[in-house]
Design a protein around this ligand. Structure first.
Ligand SMILES: [Fe+2]
Length: 207
């Protein structure tokens, strides 16, 4: 209050001249305060859904978010570390799938916020909560990379279908729509593209 008063008087001298006040341009850095919403709580919004329904959807969406963030990172790891004769096509394919997963991540996280919840955001929280097995830091062969990705997709698909059914039964049609037309369809498509790489067909001479 004192600072504001000083600033006001410094700018409105009776003679009409203006005086430079460095305090007005100083960034107030290092600020901390109590959270305005605790994780796990729901802020009721006027969306026609009960707090109980929103909480149920938020919990399932957060699990899917943690697993989708992990799958996105698994795609990047394999995009960088892929090796061998199919390097170029898999390098591009892994990044394409990663982009689609990143789009889903934003939609899932924002759906959580739309329901009045709080989404996971930071890597440490994702690592603590994902259901997808952690890969080694080192480089693995292409069939192993693809197998890991398929395992991750299947975990997500099983959860997404259960969550979609749950959302539909609770009347949360928006969440059901996101899960069915976004998460499930995208993951199913990516499973197809990956799995076909693990079919051992002859390259030159038919068997
Ligand atoms: Fe890249």
């Amino acid at each position: 209050m004192k600072t504001k008063h000083k600033a006001r008087t410094a700018r409105t001298k009776p003679n009409g001249s203006f005086h430079y006040n460095p305090a007005l341009a100083r960034p107030r850095t290092g600020q901390r305060a109590a959270e305005i919403q605790a994780f796990g709580t729901i802020v009721k919004l006027p969306n026609g859904l009960s707090e109980t329904v929103c909480r149920a959807s938020v919990e399932r969406l957060n699990q899917l978010l943690a697993d989708t963030l992990t799958l996105r990172d698994l795609y990047k790891k394999h995009h960088w570390q892929v090796a061998g004769a199919t390097f170029y096509q898999l390098h591009l394919l892994f990044d394409k799938h990663q982009d689609a997963q990143a789009d889903l991540i934003d939609q899932i996280a924002e759906r959580i916020q739309i329901l009045g919840g709080l989404s996971y955001a930071m890597a440490a929280d994702i690592a603590e909560n994902t259901n997808i097995p952690r890969p080694p830091k080192g480089r693995e062969e292409v069939p192993v990379q693809i197998s890991r990705l398929l395992t991750a997709h299947e975990i997500i698909l099983q959860q997404a279908r259960a969550a979609a059914r749950n959302a539909a039964s609770l009347g949360d049609d928006g969440t059901n729509d996101l899960l069915v037309s976004g998460v499930i369809r995208t993951n199913e498509l990516q499973v197809w593209f990956l799995a076909e790489h693990l079919v051992d067909t002859p390259q030159v001479i038919a068997q």
